[in-house]
Design a protein around this ligand. Structure first.
Ligand SMILES: N[C@@H](CCC(=O)N[C@@H](CS)C(=O)NCC(=O)O)C(=O)O
Length: 209
């Protein structure tokens, strides 16, 4: 494993960013070049939580070595280590970061909506936009209601950017960046993506690829 890069962070943090003990080591995010770790990294940057990015050399199989398998026995990135907690699956990491550090205190119903959109992004939207054999069938069906949602509000859950925007916005952005998806029939999504691309935290992570 390459030694962790310590990234720069913005100084302003809400009280929710305070970690339980100042003695805890910094949260570590494990990823590879051009991996889904960028999604979690985008959110870490959005919430200005200090972290170390551990870049695994996946071409050399570092993600299948015992050191990393002790963190994620499935041998896939992203994964995080935060104190005693080892956590993997990009969506589970987003939800943990949201609840622990990123979002204001929220009701069960609101947290359930975060989970709904995060699971939708990873289990339905991602495959629908990236699996060639189903894309033609799924594209209109998925993008029409998403466009409608964004006609009614600036962001997915209202007028404030949040974890759901990272979860869903990353797949919409990846679709444009990686498979040149054309959103001209979906003007609210196109407007939303323009906004996403202008965010410094996005530019530093997914937008830097
Ligand atoms: N559903 C998982 C997917 C994880 C995944 O497939 N990660 C890829 C990189 S983007 C990986 O580690 N591939 C290496 C391998 O399968 O050996 C998530 O969202 O975290």
């Amino acid at each position: 494993m390459r030694s962790p890069d310590l990234l720069n962070h913005r100084q302003t943090q809400s009280p929710k960013h305070q970690r339980e003990s100042k003695d805890l080591p910094m949260l570590k995010l494990y990823g590879g070049a051009r991996s889904r770790a960028s999604i979690d990294q985008w959110y870490l940057e959005e919430i200005s939580l200090p972290y170390e990015f551990v870049m695994l050399d996946m071409a050399a199989g570092e993600h299948r070595q015992p050191d990393f398998l002790a963190i994620n026995p499935i041998g896939k990135v992203p994964a995080i280590v935060d104190g005693e907690l080892k956590l993997w699956e990009s969506g589970a990491i987003l939800l943990y970061l949201a609840e622990k550090y990123g979002e204001p205190e929220a009701s069960l119903a609101t947290r359930a909506l975060w989970a709904q959109w995060v699971v939708f992004a990873n289990a339905t939207l991602g495959p629908g936009l990236f699996m060639e054999e189903i894309r033609a069938k799924e594209e209109v069906r998925l993008l029409t209601p998403i466009n409608h949602q964004l006609e009614n509000s600036e962001y997915f859950l209202g007028e404030t950017f949040g974890v759901v925007d990272v979860a869903v916005g990353s797949y919409l952005a990846y679709a444009q960046i990686m498979v040149s998806m054309d959103f001209s029939d979906y003007p609210a999504i196109a407007r939303y993506l323009k906004d996403i691309y202008s965010r410094p935290a996005f530019q530093k992570t997914i937008g830097a690829r």
